[in-house]
Design a protein around this ligand. Structure first.
Ligand code: SF4
Ligand code: SF4
Length: 186
């Protein structure tokens, strides 16, 4: 190969590098005047879509009675074997008992070391007792801390930005005091 063709090839390479660099820089520069997408979370609220499936909460009715009737359908539907329930009977009159039904969950746990947030438990629940919230902060130091119990899951509802307990539900919200999520639902 002659020296001339070597020089031509090198020149072509320089032109190609300059062209692709300019192309890349034009994309970068075009984004500079637009609104920034990063936020300084947790100092600033982060926007989360309503359909996002985060950590669950267990729901109560308007009277503050737990909606879960311990039917085990959620646990049966769970492909990750993440839900553990112990059912119990509460034969007291409605005003005094824990749940909206005589049957309730004495123990209800979700292991977030196993949960894959598929939503099957939420779909399976006949009483809308189990729902996805929007919390995504799950960092803990030990696997045992990934198992969330009933008190935590009940209180988790009140962390949602657009949910406020009525006076019948206040005692549940206070049972395990947790800060509101610093999120904006979109
Ligand atoms: S979201 Fe899916 S994996 Fe998680 S507890 Fe529910 S059914 Fe199980
Ligand atoms: S959360 Fe719903 S599906 Fe699961 S045991 Fe309670 S009532 Fe049944």
């Amino acid at each position: 190969m002659s020296i001339l063709s070597n020089i031509i090839d090198a020149a072509k390479e320089v032109v190609e590098v300059a062209r692709t660099t300019a192309q890349g820089m034009s994309v970068t520069l075009s984004h500079i005047p637009t609104r920034k997408e990063t936020v300084s979370y947790p100092e600033e609220a982060v926007t989360i879509y309503r359909r996002f499936r985060g950590e669950h909460f267990l729901d109560v009715n308007e009277d503050g009675k737990e909606k879960c009737v311990s039917c085990f359908l959620c646990a049966a539907a769970c492909p990750a074997d993440a839900i553990y329930i112990e059912g119990a009977e509460d034969q007291r009159p409605y005003e005094e008992r824990i749940g909206q039904d005589h049957r309730y969950a004495k123990v209800y746990q979700i292991d977030y070391g196993r949960c894959i947030l598929c939503g099957f438990c939420v779909d399976a629940c006949p009483t809308d007792a189990i729902n996805h919230g929007h919390n995504f902060e799950w960092a803990v130091f030990t696997p045992g801390e990934m198992v969330k119990d009933k008190d935590f899951l009940l209180a988790n509802k009140w962390r949602e930005p657009d949910v406020t307990p009525n006076e019948n539900q206040l005692h549940l919200a206070a049972r395990q005091k947790m800060d509101k999520l610093n999120i904006i639902l979109k």
